[in-house]
Structure formats: structure tokens, C-alpha cells
Ligand binder design. Structure first.
Ligand code: ATP
Ligand code: MG
Length: 262
């Protein structure tokens, strides 16, 4: 039995569609995510990345195969998995601090502990000065940092992110990627991040799960060996490392192959 935190074993998903027909979105995908690692799901649009993430979150059931966390089957959403979506999902009528405290309040965390934890995670995402501001007073990148702080404050074992920086401009996106590396290091958070951005995948990932185009099948597991097991919190640095360009080209080739199959 694998010691991975998360294990997908032959996971498939078939969606019923109009006229009694069905569409296979995900086809027998298996992979592991080890504790404290960042795993990136990468592949062309429509290959089933969000569907896989939603099955890990428990928002969809697999049609076949199993998703297990610590060896136990995932059944429905639970606090051990926190999800950050592409769209900003903060509560506009609550301050940053109250947004971050919200889940803890619902879960009955005592007031003082809630305050302390919220302050810690607001600081982690660099928003201490804005703790009493409202989301409408923040930029897109700052709002996404609120969502990340709010999700982490609930203490999930697994942080799931679906194209979390897709709506951000290039520079903000780059800062957010560096922030995620810092968070992973400081909080020992295990993450599964969906993206179709090759550079983002190589920068963030300890392991890339590359999926083929529709229906999503596991095409290749790619480990960025050129990082030698370390995480590099500096974009300028990583792109200059020997092996970076080759990895980028390899993944571009895979993407192109998949694109031409559509
Ligand atoms: N609820 C649903 N009902 C029917 N078909 C669905 C449903 N959700 C997803 N699909 C189909 O499953 C396939 C995979 O969709 P999914 O959203 O997982 O892809 P994706 O890799 O996340 O794409 P993108 O990069 O564009 O976000 C698509 O063909 C999609 O149309
Ligand atoms: Mg998607």
C-alpha cells in the first residue's frame, strides 16, 4: 500500500448528457501525491483537470476507480481538503479578517484562537495592513490572497487550487506563484494545483501530472529533476537553471501533440 497522502486509482468520470447519451471526461487516471509536496495537473483545455480536482474535493463522485486520502475513500467535501477557485470567492460584506475567520467561526473555533490564526494567515499572505479592509477595496491579486488565507485558516491537509491565478495579470501572477512556494515551505502544505500554463507548472511543481486531451488520460508524470529536489522561490533564477529550457520544450511538444489530436 502506498504511503502517499492522496492516491487516485483508475479514476474515471462519465457525465450523462442530453438525449440519454454520455461523455467520458476522465479515463482511468492513477497517481499519488506525497505529503508536503506540490503536485500540478497540466493539460490542454477540456482534458478533465477541473473534473479530477472536483473528485479529489468530493464535489463529484468517480464513475469508476477510487480517490483515497490517508488510505480512506473520499466521500463528499470535508475540512481536510480546502479549495481555492479561479473566481474571487470572498464575502464582499465582510472585512479581510472576518473573511479569514469565517470558516473557523462556523466550525466553532474559540474567539481568541480564531483571531490568532486569522492574524497568522493574513500575515502569511502579506495583507496585515489590509485586515480591516473590504474585498471591494482590494486588487484581484489581493482578493485571491484572501481566499488562500481563508482556506488555509481552516487547516486543510490538502490545498486544492483550480487555475487560481488565471484571472490575474502576468506580474501579479508571478508574485502569487512565489508566494505559494513560500507558503508550502512555511506551512508544509500539500497542494494539488490545476493550470494550463507551462511556466507556472514547472515553477511550482515537485511533480507534474500531464493529461492527454479529451478524455483525460495520464500521459506522463514529469518530475522537474533539474531542481534537484529543492524549491526555488525566484522566477529569474529558475529560468536560467540548466535543464529548465529542455523541460519547457518537452512539455510544449506534449501540449502540441495533444492539441493536434483534437
Ligand atoms: N457537469 C458536466 N456535465 C457534462 N459534461 C461535463 C461536466 N463537467 C465537465 N464536463 C465535460 O468534461 C470534460 C472535461 O471538463 P473539465 O472542466 O474537467 O476540463 P478542464 O481540463 O478543467 O478544462 P479547462 O482547462 O478548459 O478548464 C469536458 O469535455 C467537459 O465538457
Ligand atoms: Mg478547468
Amino acid at each position: 500500500m502506498s504511503e502517499a497522502l492522496l492516491h487516485l486509482d483508475g479514476v474515471s468520470k462519465v457525465f450523462p448528457i442530453a438525449g440519454g447519451k454520455s461523455v467520458k471526461a476522465v479515463d482511468r487516471v492513477s497517481f499519488d501525491v506525497e505529503e508536503n509536496r506540490i503536485c500540478v495537473l497540466l493539460g490542454p483545455s477540456g482534458c478533465g483537470k477541473s473534473t479530477i480536482l472536483r473528485m479529489i474535493a468530493g464535489l463529484e463522485d468517480p464513475s469508476d476507480g477510487a480517490v483515497t486520502l490517508h488510505g480512506k475513500p473520499v466521500v463528499g467535501p470535508a475540512r481536510d481538503r480546502g479549495m481555492v477557485f479561479q473566481a474571487y470567492t470572498s464575502f464582499d460584506w465582510l472585512s479581510v479578517r472576518r473573511n479569514v475567520e469565517f470558516g473557523m467561526k462556523v466550525n466553532g473555533v474559540p474567539h481568541a484562537e480564531r483571531r490568532d490564526r486569522a492574524a497568522h494567515f493574513i500575515d502569511l499572505v502579506g495583507l496585515t495592513k489590509f485586515a480591516e479592509a473590504y474585498p471591494s477595496q482590494l486588487s484581484g491579486g489581493m482578493r485571491q490572497r484572501v481566499a488562500i488565507a481563508r482556506t488555509l485558516a481552516n487547516g486543510p491537509e490538502l490545498l486544492l487550487m483550480d487555475e487560481p491565478f488565471g484571472a490575474l495579470d502576468a506580474e501579479t501572477r508571478w508574485h502569487m506563484q512565489e508566494l505559494m512556494i513560500d507558503i508550502a515551505r512555511q506551512e508544509n502544505t500539500t497542494m494539488v494545483i490545476v493550470t494550463h500554463d507551462i511556466e507556472e507548472a514547472i515553477f511550482l511543481a515537485d511533480k507534474i501530472i500531464f493529461l492527454s486531451s479529451h478524455p483525460g488520460r495520464l500521459k506522463e508524470v514529469i518530475v522537474p529533476e533539474f531542481k534537484h529536489g529543492s524549491r526555488i522561490n525566484d522566477k529569474e533564477h529558475i529560468v536560467q537553471l540548466p535543464g529548465y529550457a529542455e523541460m519547457e520544450q518537452k512539455i510544449m511538444r506534449l501540449m502540441r501533440e495533444e492539441g493536434s489530436r483534437e
